[in-house]
Design a protein around this ligand. Structure first.
Ligand code: PGA
Length: 268
């Protein structure tokens, strides 16, 4: 099964409106038509969604836009929240759910992750569900059961027909923003285990369609080795997505990896 590689730039709480428009223009200028062979998603702060999607629309860019979070209700008395309908209205087609920063600092739980996943799908949006263990969890030998339980909880009650619309991002918490990357083998092994778990959750055929990304200090210096692991279907990139030249190097590496995977498949 060929899964299209995907590279997502999570800008976190960086870039005001003018800076976000400018960065998306710079990235768009560096992109070539073949960027359509990899799904490239820009994930700016909520207030920049419309500006970034306007730039991509104006440029007829194949890149897509995603939000960093949303509430599961359509509207109501939820001060400070934005709904799936609102982010869709701003041009987003994707939305991160359960990023570890939201789980650790803003009380996101497996239950709210599941509610958000279901709501996004019901509103025609595609969730990128983030999972990952702490260093203590890994050192206690609990990483695999912990991460697979997060995956199962996120997709509880989600119909297998949605498998092609959901993505999982494996982001070991100890590797996020620390400069400390999981080795390609460690990342590849966990992404492989997540694929196996997804096959159990959605059934083997549908489960194979779900892409599993790696995130945590992915950068130009390590992207090729990470994407050499065929269980890793792309990246969720924080720090290195804030510079257009670095982000372009990462996308170009994904395009190369995608071509290499195609050639490997032909040889088999
Ligand atoms: P990082 O962030 O690339 O800066 O480690 C990744 C993420 O948190 O999505």
């Amino acid at each position: 099964m060929t899964r299209k590689l995907m590279m997502c730039g999570n800008w976190k709480m960086n870039k005001n409106y003018a800076e976000a428009v400018s960065l998306s223009q710079l990235i768009s200028n560096r992109s070539y038509k073949n960027w359509k062979d990899v799904d490239v998603v820009l994930i700016p702060p909520a207030c920049d969604l419309k500006g970034v999607s306007n730039v991509l629309e104006f440029d007829h860019s194949p890149m897509q836009v995603g939000a960093q979070n949303c509430h599961w209700e359509e509207s109501g008395a939820y001060t400070g929240e934005v709904s799936p309908l609102m982010i869709r209205d701003c041009g987003a087609t994707w939305c991160l759910v359960g990023h570890s920063e939201r789980r650790q600092m803003f009380g996101e739980t497996d239950t709210t992750v599941n509610l958000k996943v279901k709501s996004l799908l019901a509103h025609g949006l595609k969730p990128i569900v983030c999972v990952g263990e702490t260093l203590e969890c890994r050192e206690a030998g609990e990483a695999l059961p912990f991460v697979t339980s997060q995956v199962r909880a996120a997709f509880a009650g989600v119909d297998a027909r949605h498998a092609g619309e959901v993505v999982v991002a494996y982001e070991p918490i100890w590797a996020i923003g620390t400069g400390r990357t999981a080795t390609p083998e460690v990342a590849g092994e966990m992404c492989g285990a997540i694929h196996e778990c997804l096959a159990e959750v959605f059934g083997p055929e549908a489960g194979e369609r779900v892409r599993v990304l790696y995130g945590g200090s992915m950068k130009p210096a390590n992207v090729e080795r990470l994407l050499a692991q065929e269980t890793i279907d792309g990246g969720l990139i924080g720090g290195a997505s804030l510079k257009d030249e670095d982000f372009a190097i990462l996308v170009e590496a994904a395009l190369k990896a995608s071509t290499a995977r195609g050639a490997n498949r032909l040889k088999k």
